[in-house]
Write a protein that binds this ligand. Structure first.
Ligand code: SAM
Ligand code: SF4
Length: 329
């Protein structure tokens, strides 16, 4: 039973924790080319991150996802995973990663108790991949996917953000790659988080419905009732184990069933991805070091701030000034 229920009777069972704002990539939809990252004193220590995870699981949260920034560039991430992985009550422990450091870490993550991985992959063309990530090496990411498979991760999911005119022509190639590698794949609509210098978001918006139409030109998609306690809508293909998901914050609003909150690397508890409602957990962590009760009380009280819904639009306006790497995607 979760102690975390908001004003709209939604039960919060899922928390995404950002463990760093830093990243070895600079994806065009996520960051600007020149980023200023937070000074060390402002970000939660590994111990504080563990405390936060513990407070949430003691309040009934069953699923934790570590994200960032790129979680695998945080020093000591393997120890943090082991600490969180052993928390009682945690049923689903996951990470979203760009995959480039998985050859080094996949085994340690699995041994530390991590259940699932989402790996971001927007292009299978090495040059285009470098352009979209501004620095990423596709070979490393593919090696990372294989390392995760070798380490025993099952149902690995690819995340692909599709941008009109940039990679919308790769939708079918990405689906075929997922089928060949026996992976699931989710297509994500770009969200207007942070003012990125690379493009106007209105121009590049490509809806999940358009992605679906492209896929259905080759494969019939059958709606699947499965859920991973997230906002994805899933489909299956008749001749494959791979699932295809759509995360559509614009075109299919999922707020009414939202069961999640986020914690930024500065310890801000964000009640909604698309709104600024938040409370400062870092202040409480530092005022009462080592004490879980004040933190838990603050989290329970914060539930009243969870807004009913977000209001993203596709006209390219920036509605939330936070970048995705700060929010913890
Ligand atoms: N670095 C890791 C990665 O790329 O998987 C984890 C953090 S990243 C912010 C999490 C996810 O958010 C990635 O799948 C990324 O593609 C997605 N993302 C980043 N900026 C986005 C945006 N503006 N709109 C939609 N998705 C975005
Ligand atoms: Fe880094 Fe992930 Fe953002 Fe790309 S999407 S810049 S990999 S944090």
């Amino acid at each position: 039973m979760t102690a975390l229920i908001d004003k709209f009777s939604r039960q919060v069972r899922y928390v995404r924790i950002s463990v760093t704002d830093r990243c070895d990539f600079r994806c065009v939809y996520c960051m600007s080319e020149e980023m200023t990252f937070l000074p060390r004193a402002q970000i939660l220590t590994l111990e504080e991150l563990h405390q936060v995870a513990r407070a949430f699981t003691e309040l009934g949260v069953e699923k934790i996802r570590l994200t960032g920034g790129e979680p695998l560039v945080r020093k000591g991430i393997d120890d943090l995973v082991t600490d969180i992985g052993s928390l009682p009550g945690l049923k689903d422990f996951a990470m979203t990663t760009n995959g480039a450091s998985l050859p080094r870490y996949a085994r340690a993550l699995k041994q530390g108790g991590m259940d699932r991985l989402n790996i971001s992959l927007d292009s299978l063309d090495p040059e285009r991949f470098r352009r979209l990530t501004r620095s990423g090496d596709l070979t490393k990411v593919i090696a990372g996917i294989h390392a995760a498979q070798d380490a025993g991760f099952e149902r690995i999911k690819l995340n692909a953000v599709i941008l009109r005119g940039r990679n919308d022509d790769e939708v079918l190639d990405l689906v075929d790659f997922a089928r060949d590698e026996q992976l699931d794949i989710s297509f994500i609509e770009e969200m207007p988080l942070g003012d990125v210098s690379d493009h106007s978001r209105g121009e590049t918006f490509y809806s999940s419905d358009d992605v679906q139409t492209r896929i259905e030109s080759r494969y019939a998609l059958m709606p699947s009732p499965e859920t991973t306690m997230g906002p994805s809508r899933y489909f299956r293909m008749a001749d494959s184990q791979s699932r295809v998901g759509f995360i559509s914050p614009h075109s299919h609003n999922f707020c009414s069933t939202c069961n999640r909150v986020r914690v930024t690397v500065e310890g801000r508890l964000l009640l909604c991805l698309g709104n600024e409602h938040s409370v400062d957990l870092r202040d409480t962590l530092r005022r009462y070091p080592g004490q879980l009760e004040p933190l838990k009380e603050q989290i329970i009280e914060a539930m009243d701030l969870k807004p009913e819904r977000h209001h993203f639009s596709t006209d390219g306006d920036v509605q939330v000034v936070r970048f995705m790497n700060m929010t913890g995607g």
